[in-house]
Design a protein around this ligand. Sequence first.
Ligand code: OSB
Ligand code: MG
Length: 368
Amino acid sequence: MKIEHIILYHVRMPLRSPFETSFGRSETRNCIIFEVDAEGVTGYGECTADYEPGYSYETTGTSWVILRDFILPLILDQDIPSPGDLKQRLAVVRGYNMAKAGLEMALWDILGQQQGRSLKDMLGGTRECVDVGVSVGIQESPEALVKTVAGYLEKGYARIKIKIKPGRDVAETTAVRKSFPKVRLQVDANSAYELSNAGALKPLDDLDLLLIEQPLSEDDLWDHHHLQGMLQTPLCLDESILSARHARQALEMDACRVINIKPGRVGGLSEAIAIHNHCREQDVPVWCGGMLETGIGRASNLALASLPGFTLPGDISATDRYYLEDITEERFVLNSDSTINVPTGPGLGVRVNKAALKKAALEVMVAG
Ligand code: OSB
Ligand code: MG
């Protein structure tokens, strides 16, 4: 496909409620939306980098510059045979996985529309709806957390993830477990511990958790290996896994026993599938993580999570868990069995609400 024209929208969306993690608290979510024209078809993609570099060094601001100065000039007016060729084409740009992934998403959307196929079918998805859970931010107190979790259980979410950090971990998780003895529960520390203070997590072993996500630094596979040796509960890596090679190495050294796959973090859907395939061969469970995506990225995550190796519920919640107003016409809703339907239309299978997109845009860049 020949990429003729690209528009980037740096958008800021107000969250329905503030989201607090070990790295900060946000009331809004920034991202970059791609609108890519090729051969008369328009595709959309989403770069999941946020405004602040708390989760990743990559931010909306830095991605914007790298896209403008390096990535877009490499692909404009070029013929890209398939979305999977993008990685090689962009190999001269080190890092910036989220920017690359957003572009790859738009190319899949274009290809799907050209071929009349859904993203799910093109990726090899096998499910019509996928199991999902909700990621609950740090709350004021264990009591407030239990109340918030109760609200999500009432809405029908069957798997709860709670954000933790040092000093806000065991009491909180114990309170949720005591109130809801049967619920599928997991925690996410977003790299807030070091091996020297991670002993604080040991009591979590008695709370029947599905997994403990990213306790230590993103660049610290080896200490995750040591920590996994001290715990019964499977460790799951998020920030540490930026490629299929990282996934293979982390599993080989028993640094984790579960992997959270986010296409943005790993540089795109093709790399996400490579990780899925490797884990499936090794019988390692994976699940689809989330980055508070708009309807565009959410559609992509749902298609990915429909692949057979995604055996744990994803962080893919209903639209109303995140935003009052989204930039897609489609709103995603939770089914009564804690699943969300995978879009079936060509490409991403969502229609962008251009008025809402323009309203949310802080900056627009036109290229080509
Ligand atoms: O670590 O999984 C994470 C959101 C932003 C950045 C990092 C993370 C998250 C979430 C939310 O946990 C998942 C979602 O519902 O999109
Ligand atoms: Mg995480």
